[in-house]
Design a protein around this ligand. Structure first.
Ligand code: M6R
Length: 613
Protein backbone atom coordinates (compact mmCIF):
# COMPACT_ATOMS: atom_id res chain seq x y z
CA UNK A 1 0.00 0.00 0.00
CA UNK A 2 1.44 3.42 0.99
CA UNK A 3 0.84 6.70 -0.77
CA UNK A 4 3.50 8.54 -2.73
CA UNK A 5 3.61 12.11 -3.99
CA UNK A 6 6.15 14.22 -5.82
CA UNK A 7 6.46 17.74 -7.14
CA UNK A 8 8.88 19.52 -9.47
CA UNK A 9 8.14 23.12 -10.41
CA UNK A 10 8.71 26.67 -9.28
CA UNK A 11 6.41 26.83 -6.24
CA UNK A 12 7.27 25.73 -2.72
CA UNK A 13 7.15 21.94 -2.74
CA UNK A 14 6.50 21.29 0.96
CA UNK A 15 2.86 22.51 1.20
CA UNK A 16 2.00 20.77 -2.07
CA UNK A 17 3.48 17.51 -0.79
CA UNK A 18 1.74 17.73 2.60
CA UNK A 19 -1.58 18.49 0.98
CA UNK A 20 -1.07 15.56 -1.40
CA UNK A 21 -0.13 13.21 1.44
CA UNK A 22 -3.31 14.12 3.30
CA UNK A 23 -5.32 13.13 0.23
CA UNK A 24 -3.47 9.82 0.03
CA UNK A 25 -3.50 9.06 3.73
CA UNK A 26 -6.28 6.53 3.16
CA UNK A 27 -3.56 4.31 1.63
CA UNK A 28 -1.67 4.01 4.91
CA UNK A 29 -1.03 6.11 7.97
CA UNK A 30 1.70 4.40 9.99
CA UNK A 31 4.21 7.19 9.27
CA UNK A 32 4.77 10.05 6.88
CA UNK A 33 7.78 11.85 5.46
CA UNK A 34 9.11 14.18 2.80
CA UNK A 35 12.46 14.68 1.09
CA UNK A 36 13.20 18.07 -0.40
CA UNK A 37 15.90 19.26 -2.74
CA UNK A 38 16.98 22.72 -1.62
CA UNK A 39 19.17 23.21 -4.68
CA UNK A 40 22.24 22.35 -2.67
CA UNK A 41 21.25 19.52 -0.38
CA UNK A 42 18.66 16.84 0.28
CA UNK A 43 16.62 17.34 3.44
CA UNK A 44 14.51 14.51 4.85
CA UNK A 45 11.78 15.00 7.47
CA UNK A 46 9.81 11.99 8.68
CA UNK A 47 7.70 10.94 11.60
CA UNK A 48 5.78 7.97 12.91
CA UNK A 49 2.01 8.48 12.82
CA UNK A 50 -0.27 10.46 10.57
CA UNK A 51 0.64 13.34 8.27
CA UNK A 52 -0.46 15.77 11.00
CA UNK A 53 2.32 14.40 13.24
CA UNK A 54 4.85 15.08 10.49
CA UNK A 55 3.49 18.61 10.09
CA UNK A 56 3.83 19.25 13.82
CA UNK A 57 7.39 18.00 13.87
CA UNK A 58 8.32 20.24 10.96
CA UNK A 59 6.42 23.28 12.26
CA UNK A 60 8.50 26.46 12.29
CA UNK A 61 11.20 25.23 9.95
CA UNK A 62 11.85 27.37 6.91
CA UNK A 63 11.72 24.83 4.12
CA UNK A 64 12.72 26.41 0.84
CA UNK A 65 12.59 23.89 -1.98
CA UNK A 66 10.73 23.58 -5.25
CA UNK A 67 11.38 19.88 -5.74
CA UNK A 68 10.39 17.09 -3.37
CA UNK A 69 8.87 13.70 -2.74
CA UNK A 70 6.57 12.49 0.06
CA UNK A 71 5.33 9.23 1.49
CA UNK A 72 2.60 7.96 3.77
CA UNK A 73 3.29 4.43 4.94
CA UNK A 74 1.38 1.23 5.54
CA UNK A 75 4.06 -0.90 7.20
CA UNK A 76 5.18 -4.15 5.60
CA UNK A 77 8.86 -4.65 6.50
CA UNK A 78 9.58 -3.17 9.90
CA UNK A 79 7.30 -1.74 12.58
CA UNK A 80 5.79 1.72 12.24
CA UNK A 81 8.49 4.07 13.58
CA UNK A 82 10.48 7.18 12.67
CA UNK A 83 13.38 4.93 11.69
CA UNK A 84 11.33 2.88 9.24
CA UNK A 85 9.47 5.87 7.85
CA UNK A 86 10.19 6.96 4.27
CA UNK A 87 12.01 8.71 2.60
CA UNK A 88 15.27 6.87 3.15
CA UNK A 89 18.72 8.29 2.50
CA UNK A 90 21.24 6.18 0.66
CA UNK A 91 24.48 5.36 2.48
CA UNK A 92 26.29 8.37 1.00
CA UNK A 93 23.34 10.67 1.69
CA UNK A 94 23.37 11.68 -1.97
CA UNK A 95 20.11 9.93 -2.83
CA UNK A 96 16.69 9.87 -1.16
CA UNK A 97 13.91 7.48 -2.07
CA UNK A 98 10.31 6.58 -1.32
CA UNK A 99 8.76 3.24 -2.21
CA UNK A 100 5.28 1.73 -2.40
CA UNK A 101 5.27 -2.05 -2.76
CA UNK A 102 7.34 -5.01 -1.63
CA UNK A 103 10.78 -6.08 -2.80
CA UNK A 104 10.47 -9.85 -2.51
CA UNK A 105 14.16 -10.65 -3.02
CA UNK A 106 15.34 -7.92 -0.65
CA UNK A 107 17.01 -10.46 1.68
CA UNK A 108 19.29 -11.66 -1.14
CA UNK A 109 20.09 -8.08 -2.21
CA UNK A 110 20.70 -7.10 1.41
CA UNK A 111 23.15 -9.93 2.06
CA UNK A 112 25.10 -8.95 -1.06
CA UNK A 113 25.28 -5.37 0.19
CA UNK A 114 26.20 -6.44 3.73
CA UNK A 115 29.11 -8.41 2.30
CA UNK A 116 30.28 -5.18 0.68
CA UNK A 117 30.16 -3.47 4.06
CA UNK A 118 26.78 -1.73 3.90
CA UNK A 119 24.84 -1.17 7.11
CA UNK A 120 21.20 -0.18 7.34
CA UNK A 121 19.35 2.30 9.47
CA UNK A 122 15.90 0.76 8.97
CA UNK A 123 14.33 -2.68 8.70
CA UNK A 124 12.78 -1.90 5.35
CA UNK A 125 13.14 -3.59 1.99
CA UNK A 126 13.03 -0.07 0.53
CA UNK A 127 16.33 1.05 2.06
CA UNK A 128 17.91 -2.10 0.63
CA UNK A 129 16.68 -1.26 -2.86
CA UNK A 130 17.92 2.31 -2.55
CA UNK A 131 21.42 1.22 -1.58
CA UNK A 132 21.41 -1.43 -4.26
CA UNK A 133 20.72 1.34 -6.78
CA UNK A 134 23.42 3.54 -5.31
CA UNK A 135 25.93 0.71 -5.32
CA UNK A 136 25.32 0.18 -9.05
CA UNK A 137 25.60 3.92 -9.67
CA UNK A 138 28.94 4.16 -7.91
CA UNK A 139 30.45 0.96 -9.31
CA UNK A 140 29.37 1.63 -12.90
CA UNK A 141 30.01 5.35 -12.62
CA UNK A 142 26.68 5.91 -14.35
CA UNK A 143 23.71 8.24 -14.08
CA UNK A 144 20.96 7.60 -11.53
CA UNK A 145 18.57 6.82 -14.38
CA UNK A 146 20.91 4.12 -15.69
CA UNK A 147 21.49 2.69 -12.21
CA UNK A 148 17.73 2.44 -11.60
CA UNK A 149 17.28 0.64 -14.90
CA UNK A 150 20.02 -1.87 -14.12
CA UNK A 151 18.81 -2.41 -10.55
CA UNK A 152 15.19 -2.97 -11.50
CA UNK A 153 16.15 -5.79 -13.83
CA UNK A 154 17.19 -7.73 -10.73
CA UNK A 155 14.29 -6.77 -8.53
CA UNK A 156 11.50 -9.25 -7.83
CA UNK A 157 8.36 -7.71 -6.41
CA UNK A 158 6.16 -4.69 -6.76
CA UNK A 159 7.16 -1.06 -6.61
CA UNK A 160 6.65 2.51 -7.35
CA UNK A 161 9.82 4.37 -6.47
CA UNK A 162 10.58 8.07 -6.57
CA UNK A 163 14.18 9.19 -6.18
CA UNK A 164 15.96 12.46 -5.64
CA UNK A 165 19.66 12.88 -6.42
CA UNK A 166 21.70 15.62 -4.76
CA UNK A 167 23.42 16.20 -8.12
CA UNK A 168 20.13 16.63 -10.00
CA UNK A 169 18.42 19.58 -8.28
CA UNK A 170 15.43 19.77 -10.67
CA UNK A 171 14.72 16.09 -11.30
CA UNK A 172 12.65 13.24 -9.90
CA UNK A 173 13.33 9.76 -11.24
CA UNK A 174 10.32 7.45 -10.97
CA UNK A 175 9.61 3.86 -11.92
CA UNK A 176 6.75 1.45 -11.51
CA UNK A 177 5.88 -2.21 -11.55
CA UNK A 178 2.68 -3.45 -9.94
CA UNK A 179 1.92 -0.33 -7.85
CA UNK A 180 0.14 2.71 -9.27
CA UNK A 181 1.75 5.93 -10.45
CA UNK A 182 0.09 8.95 -12.05
CA UNK A 183 1.92 12.04 -13.29
CA UNK A 184 0.02 15.31 -13.63
CA UNK A 185 1.14 17.88 -16.14
CA UNK A 186 1.03 21.44 -14.85
CA UNK A 187 2.29 24.79 -16.03
CA UNK A 188 6.07 24.28 -16.00
CA UNK A 189 5.49 21.81 -13.20
CA UNK A 190 4.80 18.11 -12.72
CA UNK A 191 2.91 16.35 -9.92
CA UNK A 192 3.34 12.70 -9.06
CA UNK A 193 0.96 10.56 -7.03
CA UNK A 194 -0.36 7.09 -6.27
CA UNK A 195 -3.61 8.37 -7.68
CA UNK A 196 -4.79 11.62 -9.20
CA UNK A 197 -6.22 13.17 -6.01
CA UNK A 198 -3.05 15.09 -4.97
CA UNK A 199 -2.89 16.89 -8.33
CA UNK A 200 -6.58 17.64 -8.85
CA UNK A 201 -6.23 21.19 -7.54
CA UNK A 202 -3.52 21.95 -10.08
CA UNK A 203 -4.21 20.05 -13.28
CA UNK A 204 -6.63 17.74 -15.04
CA UNK A 205 -4.05 16.42 -17.53
CA UNK A 206 -2.44 13.21 -16.39
CA UNK A 207 -0.33 10.32 -17.63
CA UNK A 208 -0.84 6.87 -16.09
CA UNK A 209 2.55 5.19 -15.94
CA UNK A 210 2.65 1.51 -16.92
CA UNK A 211 4.64 -1.37 -15.47
CA UNK A 212 8.33 -1.42 -16.41
CA UNK A 213 8.31 2.27 -17.32
CA UNK A 214 10.75 4.80 -15.97
CA UNK A 215 10.03 8.53 -15.85
CA UNK A 216 12.52 11.37 -15.72
CA UNK A 217 10.49 14.29 -14.45
CA UNK A 218 11.58 17.94 -14.54
CA UNK A 219 9.49 21.13 -14.32
CA UNK A 220 9.13 21.47 -18.07
CA UNK A 221 9.92 17.96 -19.21
CA UNK A 222 8.49 14.46 -18.78
CA UNK A 223 10.61 11.75 -20.38
CA UNK A 224 9.20 8.25 -20.35
CA UNK A 225 11.31 5.20 -21.14
CA UNK A 226 11.06 1.46 -20.89
CA UNK A 227 13.69 -0.56 -19.05
CA UNK A 228 15.45 -1.09 -22.40
CA UNK A 229 16.13 2.69 -22.47
CA UNK A 230 13.77 3.30 -25.40
CA UNK A 231 11.62 6.42 -25.28
CA UNK A 232 7.85 6.10 -25.01
CA UNK A 233 5.40 8.84 -25.93
CA UNK A 234 3.40 9.78 -22.82
CA UNK A 235 -0.34 9.24 -23.33
CA UNK A 236 -2.01 12.27 -21.79
CA UNK A 237 -5.55 11.77 -20.47
CA UNK A 238 -8.09 14.25 -19.11
CA UNK A 239 -9.33 13.68 -15.57
CA UNK A 240 -13.09 13.63 -15.14
CA UNK A 241 -13.13 14.44 -11.42
CA UNK A 242 -13.76 17.53 -9.31
CA UNK A 243 -11.88 18.61 -6.18
CA UNK A 244 -15.13 18.67 -4.16
CA UNK A 245 -15.44 14.92 -4.69
CA UNK A 246 -12.44 14.31 -2.45
CA UNK A 247 -13.40 16.73 0.34
CA UNK A 248 -15.69 16.09 3.32
CA UNK A 249 -18.30 18.65 2.33
CA UNK A 250 -19.55 19.40 5.84
CA UNK A 251 -19.74 15.79 7.08
CA UNK A 252 -17.75 14.71 10.14
CA UNK A 253 -16.18 11.83 8.25
CA UNK A 254 -15.68 10.72 4.68
CA UNK A 255 -17.46 7.49 5.54
CA UNK A 256 -20.65 9.30 6.53
CA UNK A 257 -20.44 11.54 3.49
CA UNK A 258 -20.00 8.49 1.28
CA UNK A 259 -22.95 6.67 2.88
CA UNK A 260 -25.12 9.73 2.24
CA UNK A 261 -23.87 10.07 -1.33
CA UNK A 262 -25.34 6.71 -2.27
CA UNK A 263 -28.63 7.88 -3.78
CA UNK A 264 -26.51 9.87 -6.23
CA UNK A 265 -23.73 7.32 -6.76
CA UNK A 266 -26.16 4.46 -7.40
CA UNK A 267 -27.99 6.74 -9.80
CA UNK A 268 -24.67 7.53 -11.50
CA UNK A 269 -23.90 3.81 -11.85
CA UNK A 270 -27.22 3.26 -13.59
CA UNK A 271 -27.27 6.50 -15.57
CA UNK A 272 -27.04 6.13 -19.34
CA UNK A 273 -27.21 2.37 -18.92
CA UNK A 274 -30.62 1.53 -17.52
CA UNK A 275 -33.53 3.03 -19.40
CA UNK A 276 -36.43 2.34 -17.06
CA UNK A 277 -38.99 3.61 -19.56
CA UNK A 278 -37.82 1.59 -22.54
CA UNK A 279 -36.71 -1.24 -20.19
CA UNK A 280 -33.36 -1.45 -22.00
CA UNK A 281 -29.83 -1.80 -20.67
CA UNK A 282 -26.85 -0.43 -22.53
CA UNK A 283 -23.51 -1.83 -21.42
CA UNK A 284 -20.91 -1.61 -24.15
CA UNK A 285 -18.50 -3.78 -22.16
CA UNK A 286 -20.96 -6.66 -22.08
CA UNK A 287 -21.80 -6.16 -25.76
CA UNK A 288 -18.08 -6.29 -26.59
CA UNK A 289 -17.67 -9.77 -25.11
CA UNK A 290 -21.22 -11.02 -25.68
CA UNK A 291 -20.02 -13.98 -27.79
CA UNK A 292 -17.66 -15.04 -25.00
CA UNK A 293 -20.38 -14.71 -22.39
CA UNK A 294 -22.81 -16.73 -24.46
CA UNK A 295 -20.25 -19.48 -24.98
CA UNK A 296 -18.87 -19.36 -21.43
CA UNK A 297 -18.83 -22.62 -19.48
CA UNK A 298 -18.75 -20.60 -16.33
CA UNK A 299 -18.05 -17.17 -14.94
CA UNK A 300 -15.43 -16.82 -12.22
CA UNK A 301 -15.66 -13.73 -10.05
CA UNK A 302 -12.40 -12.76 -8.33
CA UNK A 303 -12.19 -10.07 -5.68
CA UNK A 304 -11.19 -9.31 -2.10
CA UNK A 305 -13.01 -8.01 0.96
CA UNK A 306 -16.13 -6.00 0.33
CA UNK A 307 -15.75 -6.45 -3.41
CA UNK A 308 -15.81 -10.20 -2.81
CA UNK A 309 -19.13 -9.80 -1.02
CA UNK A 310 -20.48 -7.99 -4.08
CA UNK A 311 -19.20 -10.92 -6.15
CA UNK A 312 -20.91 -13.41 -3.87
CA UNK A 313 -24.25 -11.70 -4.32
CA UNK A 314 -23.64 -11.61 -8.07
CA UNK A 315 -23.20 -15.38 -8.02
CA UNK A 316 -26.75 -15.79 -6.68
CA UNK A 317 -28.15 -13.28 -9.17
CA UNK A 318 -26.30 -14.44 -12.30
CA UNK A 319 -27.03 -18.11 -11.66
CA UNK A 320 -30.70 -17.30 -11.09
CA UNK A 321 -31.16 -14.99 -14.06
CA UNK A 322 -28.60 -16.17 -16.61
CA UNK A 323 -28.35 -19.88 -15.79
CA UNK A 324 -24.54 -19.76 -16.06
CA UNK A 325 -22.34 -21.47 -13.49
CA UNK A 326 -20.62 -18.89 -11.33
CA UNK A 327 -17.71 -19.41 -8.97
CA UNK A 328 -16.64 -16.69 -6.58
CA UNK A 329 -13.02 -16.74 -5.57
CA UNK A 330 -10.89 -14.89 -3.07
CA UNK A 331 -8.26 -13.49 -5.40
CA UNK A 332 -5.52 -14.28 -2.89
CA UNK A 333 -6.40 -17.99 -2.96
CA UNK A 334 -7.22 -18.18 -6.64
CA UNK A 335 -3.86 -16.81 -7.75
CA UNK A 336 -1.88 -19.41 -5.84
CA UNK A 337 -3.87 -22.58 -6.27
CA UNK A 338 -3.21 -23.40 -9.91
CA UNK A 339 -6.87 -23.19 -11.00
CA UNK A 340 -7.98 -24.81 -14.25
CA UNK A 341 -8.71 -21.98 -16.65
CA UNK A 342 -9.54 -22.18 -20.34
CA UNK A 343 -10.38 -19.73 -23.08
CA UNK A 344 -14.05 -20.51 -22.43
CA UNK A 345 -13.88 -18.87 -19.01
CA UNK A 346 -14.98 -15.32 -18.38
CA UNK A 347 -13.45 -13.76 -15.28
CA UNK A 348 -15.18 -10.84 -13.63
CA UNK A 349 -12.74 -8.86 -11.49
CA UNK A 350 -14.47 -6.61 -8.96
CA UNK A 351 -12.38 -3.90 -7.33
CA UNK A 352 -12.96 -0.40 -6.03
CA UNK A 353 -9.36 0.70 -6.34
CA UNK A 354 -8.46 -1.34 -9.40
CA UNK A 355 -5.06 -1.79 -7.77
CA UNK A 356 -5.58 -4.66 -5.31
CA UNK A 357 -2.47 -6.77 -5.86
CA UNK A 358 -4.11 -10.16 -5.40
CA UNK A 359 -6.95 -9.38 -7.79
CA UNK A 360 -4.56 -7.90 -10.32
CA UNK A 361 -2.24 -10.90 -10.36
CA UNK A 362 -5.18 -13.33 -10.38
CA UNK A 363 -6.50 -11.82 -13.60
CA UNK A 364 -3.03 -11.52 -15.12
CA UNK A 365 -2.61 -15.29 -14.62
CA UNK A 366 -6.08 -16.09 -15.93
CA UNK A 367 -5.52 -13.89 -18.96
CA UNK A 368 -2.31 -15.74 -19.80
CA UNK A 369 -4.36 -18.94 -19.80
CA UNK A 370 -6.78 -17.51 -22.33
CA UNK A 371 -9.65 -16.31 -20.15
CA UNK A 372 -11.57 -13.16 -21.02
CA UNK A 373 -11.42 -10.51 -18.30
CA UNK A 374 -14.33 -8.22 -17.48
CA UNK A 375 -13.43 -5.52 -14.95
CA UNK A 376 -15.92 -3.87 -12.61
CA UNK A 377 -13.77 -1.12 -11.22
CA UNK A 378 -14.28 2.28 -9.64
CA UNK A 379 -10.98 4.05 -10.22
CA UNK A 380 -10.72 5.11 -13.83
CA UNK A 381 -7.43 4.22 -15.49
CA UNK A 382 -6.40 1.86 -12.70
CA UNK A 383 -4.34 -1.26 -13.36
CA UNK A 384 -7.24 -3.73 -13.28
CA UNK A 385 -9.30 -1.52 -15.58
CA UNK A 386 -6.46 -1.35 -18.05
CA UNK A 387 -5.76 -5.06 -17.96
CA UNK A 388 -9.38 -6.00 -18.58
CA UNK A 389 -10.59 -6.97 -22.05
CA UNK A 390 -13.87 -5.23 -21.36
CA UNK A 391 -15.64 -3.82 -18.36
CA UNK A 392 -17.91 -1.30 -16.74
CA UNK A 393 -16.82 1.46 -14.40
CA UNK A 394 -18.91 1.81 -11.27
CA UNK A 395 -18.95 5.64 -11.25
CA UNK A 396 -19.09 5.92 -7.45
CA UNK A 397 -16.55 8.76 -7.48
CA UNK A 398 -13.50 8.79 -5.21
CA UNK A 399 -14.04 6.70 -2.06
CA UNK A 400 -11.77 8.00 0.68
CA UNK A 401 -13.13 6.26 3.80
CA UNK A 402 -11.17 3.07 4.24
CA UNK A 403 -14.37 1.12 4.88
CA UNK A 404 -16.06 0.68 1.54
CA UNK A 405 -19.68 1.85 1.33
CA UNK A 406 -20.70 3.68 -1.82
CA UNK A 407 -18.28 1.63 -3.91
CA UNK A 408 -20.04 -1.54 -2.74
CA UNK A 409 -23.52 -0.38 -3.71
CA UNK A 410 -22.18 0.89 -7.03
CA UNK A 411 -20.62 -2.53 -7.65
CA UNK A 412 -23.95 -4.18 -6.90
CA UNK A 413 -25.79 -1.80 -9.21
CA UNK A 414 -23.40 -2.62 -12.06
CA UNK A 415 -23.49 -6.35 -11.35
CA UNK A 416 -27.31 -6.28 -11.49
CA UNK A 417 -27.09 -4.54 -14.86
CA UNK A 418 -24.61 -7.11 -16.13
CA UNK A 419 -26.83 -9.99 -14.95
CA UNK A 420 -29.96 -8.50 -16.51
CA UNK A 421 -28.18 -7.70 -19.75
CA UNK A 422 -26.68 -11.17 -20.11
CA UNK A 423 -29.97 -12.82 -19.15
CA UNK A 424 -31.70 -10.80 -21.84
CA UNK A 425 -29.08 -11.71 -24.47
CA UNK A 426 -29.28 -15.37 -23.48
CA UNK A 427 -33.04 -15.35 -23.30
CA UNK A 428 -33.04 -16.87 -19.83
CA UNK A 429 -35.31 -14.28 -18.21
CA UNK A 430 -39.07 -13.85 -18.57
CA UNK A 431 -40.13 -10.42 -19.81
CA UNK A 432 -42.23 -9.79 -16.71
CA UNK A 433 -39.35 -10.47 -14.35
CA UNK A 434 -36.95 -8.42 -16.47
CA UNK A 435 -39.40 -5.50 -16.46
CA UNK A 436 -40.00 -5.77 -12.71
CA UNK A 437 -36.30 -5.96 -11.85
CA UNK A 438 -35.30 -3.08 -14.09
CA UNK A 439 -38.14 -0.96 -12.74
CA UNK A 440 -37.15 -1.77 -9.15
CA UNK A 441 -33.49 -1.10 -9.85
CA UNK A 442 -34.41 2.33 -11.16
CA UNK A 443 -36.24 3.05 -7.88
CA UNK A 444 -33.23 2.22 -5.70
CA UNK A 445 -31.70 5.75 -5.51
CA UNK A 446 -35.02 7.15 -4.27
CA UNK A 447 -35.49 4.32 -1.77
CA UNK A 448 -31.95 4.71 -0.43
CA UNK A 449 -32.69 8.40 0.11
CA UNK A 450 -35.81 7.43 2.08
CA UNK A 451 -33.77 5.10 4.30
CA UNK A 452 -31.22 7.82 4.99
CA UNK A 453 -33.95 10.37 5.74
CA UNK A 454 -36.13 8.19 7.96
CA UNK A 455 -33.74 5.75 9.60
CA UNK A 456 -30.67 7.80 10.47
CA UNK A 457 -31.93 8.90 13.91
CA UNK A 458 -33.35 5.45 14.66
CA UNK A 459 -30.06 3.79 13.80
CA UNK A 460 -28.13 6.24 15.95
CA UNK A 461 -30.27 5.13 18.89
CA UNK A 462 -29.73 1.44 18.10
CA UNK A 463 -25.98 2.08 17.84
CA UNK A 464 -25.96 3.84 21.22
CA UNK A 465 -27.58 0.79 22.80
CA UNK A 466 -25.04 -1.72 21.51
CA UNK A 467 -21.78 0.25 21.27
CA UNK A 468 -20.24 -1.61 24.21
CA UNK A 469 -20.97 -5.09 22.92
CA UNK A 470 -17.97 -7.39 22.68
CA UNK A 471 -19.22 -9.57 19.81
CA UNK A 472 -21.88 -9.41 17.12
CA UNK A 473 -23.42 -12.06 14.91
CA UNK A 474 -24.86 -11.12 11.49
CA UNK A 475 -27.26 -13.56 9.87
CA UNK A 476 -28.99 -13.62 6.50
CA UNK A 477 -30.31 -16.11 3.98
CA UNK A 478 -30.25 -16.19 0.18
CA UNK A 479 -29.64 -12.79 -1.39
CA UNK A 480 -29.24 -11.29 2.06
CA UNK A 481 -26.47 -13.66 3.15
CA UNK A 482 -23.68 -11.65 1.41
CA UNK A 483 -25.15 -8.56 3.12
CA UNK A 484 -24.78 -10.25 6.52
CA UNK A 485 -21.10 -10.84 5.68
CA UNK A 486 -20.69 -7.25 4.57
CA UNK A 487 -22.43 -5.91 7.70
CA UNK A 488 -20.07 -7.91 9.91
CA UNK A 489 -16.98 -6.80 7.97
CA UNK A 490 -18.03 -3.16 8.22
CA UNK A 491 -18.52 -3.40 11.97
CA UNK A 492 -15.22 -5.10 12.73
CA UNK A 493 -13.26 -2.77 10.45
CA UNK A 494 -14.32 0.45 12.08
CA UNK A 495 -15.41 -0.46 15.61
CA UNK A 496 -12.88 -3.27 16.32
CA UNK A 497 -15.79 -5.32 17.69
CA UNK A 498 -15.55 -8.98 16.81
CA UNK A 499 -18.34 -9.69 14.32
CA UNK A 500 -19.16 -12.78 12.31
CA UNK A 501 -21.42 -13.07 9.31
CA UNK A 502 -23.15 -16.40 8.80
CA UNK A 503 -25.90 -17.98 6.74
CA UNK A 504 -28.85 -17.83 9.13
CA UNK A 505 -29.66 -21.52 8.85
CA UNK A 506 -26.03 -22.56 9.31
CA UNK A 507 -25.96 -20.76 12.66
CA UNK A 508 -27.35 -23.80 14.49
CA UNK A 509 -24.32 -25.82 13.36
CA UNK A 510 -21.96 -23.97 15.66
CA UNK A 511 -22.29 -20.21 16.22
CA UNK A 512 -25.49 -20.69 18.23
CA UNK A 513 -23.18 -21.72 21.07
CA UNK A 514 -22.16 -18.05 21.31
CA UNK A 515 -25.69 -16.83 21.95
CA UNK A 516 -26.54 -15.43 25.37
CA UNK A 517 -28.19 -12.29 26.69
CA UNK A 518 -25.08 -10.25 25.84
CA UNK A 519 -24.87 -11.15 22.17
CA UNK A 520 -26.51 -8.79 19.66
CA UNK A 521 -27.58 -10.74 16.58
CA UNK A 522 -28.30 -8.70 13.47
CA UNK A 523 -30.77 -10.36 11.12
CA UNK A 524 -31.04 -9.18 7.55
CA UNK A 525 -34.67 -10.19 7.35
CA UNK A 526 -36.37 -8.31 4.53
CA UNK A 527 -39.48 -9.91 3.01
CA UNK A 528 -38.38 -12.63 0.60
CA UNK A 529 -38.95 -16.28 -0.21
CA UNK A 530 -37.09 -17.32 2.93
CA UNK A 531 -38.97 -15.04 5.24
CA UNK A 532 -40.75 -17.71 7.27
CA UNK A 533 -37.49 -19.58 7.65
CA UNK A 534 -35.63 -16.55 8.93
CA UNK A 535 -38.47 -15.84 11.36
CA UNK A 536 -37.81 -19.33 12.78
CA UNK A 537 -34.11 -18.50 13.07
CA UNK A 538 -34.99 -15.32 14.96
CA UNK A 539 -37.13 -17.40 17.31
CA UNK A 540 -34.16 -19.70 17.91
CA UNK A 541 -32.03 -16.75 18.98
CA UNK A 542 -34.77 -15.26 21.14
CA UNK A 543 -35.24 -18.62 22.87
CA UNK A 544 -31.62 -18.34 23.97
CA UNK A 545 -32.00 -14.74 25.15
CA UNK A 546 -29.94 -13.23 22.35
CA UNK A 547 -30.67 -9.60 21.46
CA UNK A 548 -32.19 -9.34 17.99
CA UNK A 549 -31.63 -6.32 15.76
CA UNK A 550 -33.37 -6.75 12.43
CA UNK A 551 -33.36 -5.08 9.06
CA UNK A 552 -36.99 -5.45 7.99
CA UNK A 553 -39.21 -4.45 5.11
CA UNK A 554 -41.73 -1.70 5.76
CA UNK A 555 -44.94 -3.19 7.13
CA UNK A 556 -43.37 -6.39 8.46
CA UNK A 557 -45.11 -6.65 11.83
CA UNK A 558 -43.97 -10.24 12.45
CA UNK A 559 -40.26 -9.52 12.71
CA UNK A 560 -40.91 -6.08 14.18
CA UNK A 561 -42.77 -7.68 17.07
CA UNK A 562 -40.11 -10.30 17.64
CA UNK A 563 -37.00 -8.13 17.41
CA UNK A 564 -35.55 -5.92 20.13
CA UNK A 565 -34.72 -3.26 17.55
CA UNK A 566 -35.60 -2.80 13.91
CA UNK A 567 -34.25 -0.78 11.04
CA UNK A 568 -36.74 -0.49 8.20
CA UNK A 569 -36.24 -0.43 4.43
CA UNK A 570 -38.82 -0.07 1.62
CA UNK A 571 -40.25 -3.24 0.12
CA UNK A 572 -38.67 -4.14 -3.22
CA UNK A 573 -38.09 -7.32 -5.25
CA UNK A 574 -35.99 -9.75 -3.21
CA UNK A 575 -33.20 -9.89 -5.82
CA UNK A 576 -32.69 -6.12 -5.60
CA UNK A 577 -33.37 -5.85 -1.84
CA UNK A 578 -29.68 -6.22 -0.77
CA UNK A 579 -29.01 -2.77 -2.27
CA UNK A 580 -31.33 -1.41 0.39
CA UNK A 581 -30.66 -3.71 3.33
CA UNK A 582 -26.96 -2.90 3.42
CA UNK A 583 -27.57 0.82 4.04
CA UNK A 584 -28.75 0.52 7.70
CA UNK A 585 -25.83 -1.80 8.41
CA UNK A 586 -23.36 0.77 7.12
CA UNK A 587 -24.89 3.43 9.35
CA UNK A 588 -24.99 1.10 12.35
CA UNK A 589 -21.26 0.38 12.01
CA UNK A 590 -20.46 4.03 11.48
CA UNK A 591 -22.29 5.22 14.60
CA UNK A 592 -20.89 2.41 16.75
CA UNK A 593 -17.35 3.28 15.57
CA UNK A 594 -17.95 6.97 16.35
CA UNK A 595 -19.47 6.15 19.77
CA UNK A 596 -16.35 4.20 20.60
CA UNK A 597 -14.26 7.27 19.81
CA UNK A 598 -12.47 5.69 16.86
CA UNK A 599 -11.13 7.19 13.67
CA UNK A 600 -13.66 5.55 11.36
CA UNK A 601 -12.08 6.92 8.20
CA UNK A 602 -8.69 5.47 9.05
CA UNK A 603 -9.17 2.32 11.10
CA UNK A 604 -6.05 0.87 12.68
CA UNK A 605 -3.89 -1.50 10.63
CA UNK A 606 -5.93 -1.03 7.45
CA UNK A 607 -5.32 0.76 4.21
CA UNK A 608 -7.66 1.59 1.41
CA UNK A 609 -5.75 0.12 -1.43
CA UNK A 610 -4.00 -3.17 -0.74
CA UNK A 611 -1.23 -3.20 -3.30
CA UNK A 612 0.81 -5.82 -1.49
CA UNK A 613 -0.08 -9.48 -1.31
O1 M6R B 1 -10.06 -1.91 -3.97
P1 M6R B 1 -10.69 -3.25 -3.80
O2 M6R B 1 -12.16 -3.26 -3.96
O3 M6R B 1 -10.05 -4.29 -4.68
O4 M6R B 1 -10.38 -3.64 -2.29
C1 M6R B 1 -10.74 -4.88 -1.77
C2 M6R B 1 -10.67 -4.86 -0.26
O5 M6R B 1 -9.39 -4.55 0.17
C3 M6R B 1 -11.66 -3.87 0.34
O6 M6R B 1 -12.96 -4.11 -0.08
C4 M6R B 1 -11.60 -3.92 1.88
O7 M6R B 1 -12.13 -5.13 2.32
C5 M6R B 1 -12.35 -2.73 2.46
N1 M6R B 1 -11.62 -2.20 3.57
C6 M6R B 1 -13.72 -3.07 2.91
O8 M6R B 1 -14.36 -2.04 3.56
Amino acid sequence: MCGIVGYVGSNLAYPILIDGLKKLEYRGYDSAGVALHTGESLEVYKKEGKVSALEESVYGKNIQATVGIGHTRWATHGEPSDRNAHPHYSRSGNLAMIHNGIIENYAQLKSELVQKGYTFKSDTDSEVLLNFIEDIKINNDCSLEEAVRVALKRVVGAYVILLLDKDLPDTIIAARKGSPLVIGIGDRAHYLGSDASPMLAYTKEVVYINDYELAIVRPDELILKNLGNERITPFVQKLDMELAAIEKGGFDHFMLKEIFEQPQTIFDSLRGRLDAVQQTITLSGVEKIADKLLAADRIIIVACGTSWHAGLLAEYVIEELCRINVEVEYASEFRYRNPIITDKDVIIAVSQSGETADTLVAIENAKKQGATIFGIVNVVGSSIARLSDAGAYTHAGPEIGVASTKAFTAQLAVLYLVALKVARIKGTIEDTLYDRLSADLAKVPEYVQQILDKQDMIIRAVAAKYSDARDFLYLGRGYNFPIALEGALKLKEISYIHAEGYPAAEMKHGPIALVDENLPVVFVATKDSYHEKIVSNIQEIKARKGKVIAVVSEGDSVVTDLADDVMTVPQIHEIIAPLLSVIPLQLLSYYIGVNRGLDVDKPRNLAKSVTVE
